[in-house]
Design a protein around this ligand. Sequence first.
Ligand code: FAD
Ligand code: 2HG
Ligand code: ZN
Length: 449
Amino acid sequence: MHSKIRLAFEKMVGCSNIITQDLNNYNRDWMNKYVGQSQLVLTPQTSEHVSQILKYCNQNQLKVVPQSGNTGLVGGSVPINDEIVISMRKMNKIYEFDQNSAIITSESGVILQNLNDYLFEYKYQMPWDLGARGSCLLGGNISTNAGGLNVVKHGLLRNYIMGLEVVLPNGKILNLMNKNRKDNTGTDLKQLFIGSEGTLGIITKANVLCIPIPQEKKVFFLELQSFQDVIKVLQKVKKNEQVLAFEFMEGRILKKNKNRHSQNTLPFQFDDNKYYVLIEIAGQQLNVDQFSIEMMEFTQEIIINQNEKEAQFLWKLREEIAESMGKMGYVLKYDVSIPPDKFEWLVNQVYPQREGPFHVYYGHVGDGNVHINIVFESLEHLHKEEDKIELKLFGLVKSLGGSISAEHGIGQHKRKYMELQKGKDVLECLYSIKKLFDPNSIMNPNKLL
Ligand code: FAD
Ligand code: 2HG
Ligand code: ZN
């Protein structure tokens, strides 16, 4: 790196917030699929630091990549070339929780789990939850409008963001830190930054509306004979307001993961040709017996947790799928939205008779979001197949009126399909917005747009 640039950053943020060695963890994504060439990572500690960094980069046409927990699954958080990584980890102050409004005010670099730990004494929690909770940061969640495990009950993250502080590429610190639940004063500017994957500015603070921790919870794990049964169960429970999560797993992956656990802890033997559902209900005075009876209409094979440890174990069977696939090789991951009753059909269209490389589908069937994971033994092989699979898969998704990204976002992975998804007119509008905020295109280049 040019010594003049280094000196400028030293003046702005100090030597302790500049990293130029051992950058592997910043240049590589969680899946080992995307690798960048950054030579410089900055770790700002205040919004003023972020402001000075962006102003300087903008004036000198230096490209930057905002990075939070780096758990994103579409290559959005790692550089492509030698962009400067702005790691938000050190902006990790939680300011306060206001018990009257149930709003937490925090810097954006706090780990999601730490926010929940902080809220615990107030008997509140964050309104979204995902398997990466121990590593992902608030700002990363907001920038991806993360989905996760409880969307079926709580809806999307963007509905809970009451206020934001955002630093624009020109260094301006935009104060959108509203704390009013109701604020009808024109266009809601902060919404533009939610889900924009670091392409418009850097989120530095947020006000988030929290939800009370439910008094009781119960996890049901069901073994079903067909995917149609999964949908029948979904239809049955859909109107039950206590359903907090409705997750689907194929037998073929649960069976493969059996050896990760001691046999006597498993709820079932797991069968390649069976279908498994995890339902969590939560609230006050849960009617567990009534719910069980309703489920028995579809199957006798039901496990219900007896204590917290068992609940965590049942959840682990679901949550470990993403990581276990990564251990098998290089994984192509898809997170599409389609009508839930089309999940099995879609996979059968892509892989008739389920032949081809090892692949599974699973996910948030309760909100119409299926994950398809396909494993390859090398990155070369993966890249060779990628386009072929995507043309077919995304074409079908589009024909079903679905979305090519239900929750992980676009990043570098799906950028070339944005026109297919959005259409020319919408895409033009999005480019105009990008140009308005980031005329020099320094923010997260070649991602999303
Ligand atoms: P990063 O990966 O660091 O960044 C994500 C994007 O946001 C990048 O484009 C980055 O440039 C941008 N960005 C980061 N911070 C900022 C900021 N402060 N300002 C502006 N832009 C910023 N996702 C789901 O939606 N649902 C799931 O259920 C889910 N489960 C997961 C399970 C596992 C095991 C893993 C590894 C990932 C999972 N993910 C899931 C994906 C990922 O965790 C989410 O996308 C998460 O929100 C990313 O947060 P992060 O802090 O890691 O952000
Ligand atoms: C999940 O729901 C995550 O487990 C990850 O969104 C999905 O790895 C995946 O494809
Ligand atoms: Zn998911």
